[in-house]
Design a protein around this ligand. Sequence first.
Ligand SMILES: [Zn+2]
Length: 158
Amino acid sequence: MEKFLVDIMLGKLAKWLRLLGYDTIYTSISNSRELQDFLEKGYVFLTRRRAWQHYRILRNKPIYLVQNNEVLEQLCEVIKEFHLQFSPELFCSRCLLCNTLLVEKDKTEIASYVSDYVLHNFNHFKQCPKCKRIYWSGSHKKRMQERLKQCFTEDHKS
Ligand SMILES: [Zn+2]
């Protein structure tokens, strides 16, 4: 499974990749040495900065230059380029804020963290063990899934 390192300026793309369940590090890379370290750990670097390709030590390394401006188009582009698959098991398995794998929680465990409305209207909850953010399945998740479908159907046509 691909792992991504996402350059600063592509934060929204990083969130979508995490939503799909891909290990995605989003950070500001300050020099080519630092970048090389990540690439050696198996990360693919997604960036919009052409300049990275000019470093000799980075030659032939997995650096992908994102072409599109709009986030969903960027996502479709990356899905196509790396032949990413949609997996229902991996969808919504990671914290969008910190990339940590989420843990399923019972209502009783998260009751103090969410509003009464959320508590009474939703049944499936997950929590990030690191930043403690709570996630639940709702209309938002369905909408995102719908938008994602476009990317994956386009991929099948080609
Ligand atoms: Zn988190």
